[in-house]
Design a protein around this ligand. Structure first.
Ligand code: NI
Length: 174
């Protein structure tokens, strides 16, 4: 396993639509392992492949609070098949928008179908934090970021700050 570099907004790749996978092989499993390691190191609770620059419909999630008992979920080609009418608000952040958070309203529950780490088709019903996380990550696969749900003013402000952050980061590296 190796850690990958996380793509930071603004970057055009984060706006691209990721492609479905044809099959799950060892190369894909290695990639999923790298994504998980990158997410744990960040640290974060969810990561989509596009966030390490790969336009494939792959997601890793681990919302377990206990660091001793890791509970990773691997989602390949996930599709949201239903959403609850009831909504809930969570404060969301994103590894591609470091240091920025906002309260986002989404359907409280969702049901998804996906392919798992071993290539098996599965279904999952989620609510609360897991449901929010799944919806946030599936958005990434469609080129959508949580700031897209904010007013233009708030969104522009965050992007402006990120541009400045990136410039500062480059200065340090150089
Ligand atoms: Ni994110």
């Amino acid at each position: 396993m190796s850690q990958r570099k996380i793509v930071i907004e603004p970057d055009p790749i984060l706006r691209k639509k990721s492609e479905n996978l044809e099959k799950v092989d060892d190369d894909i499993r290695r990639l999923l392992d790298d994504m998980l390691e990158t997410m744990y190191a960040a640290p974060g609770i969810g990561l989509a492949a596009v966030q390490i620059g790969i336009l494939k419909r792959l997601i890793v999630i681990d919302i377990s609070k206990d660091k001793e008992k890791k509970d990773p979920i691997f989602l390949i080609n996930p599709v949201i098949i239903s959403r609850s009418n009831q909504t809930s608000i969570h404060e969301e952040g994103c590894l591609s928008l470091p240091g920025h958070f906002a309260e986002i309203e989404r359907p409280d529950g969702c049901q998804i179908k996906f392919i798992d780490y071993n290539g098996k088709e599965k279904k999952l019903s989620a609510n609360g934090l897991l449901s929010t996380c799944i919806q946030h990550e599936v958005d990434h696969l469609n080129g959508v970021l949580f700031i897209d749900y904010l007013s233009k003013l708030k969104k522009d402000m965050i992007v402006k700050k990120l541009v400045k952050q990136k410039k500062e980061l480059n200065k340090v590296i150089l």
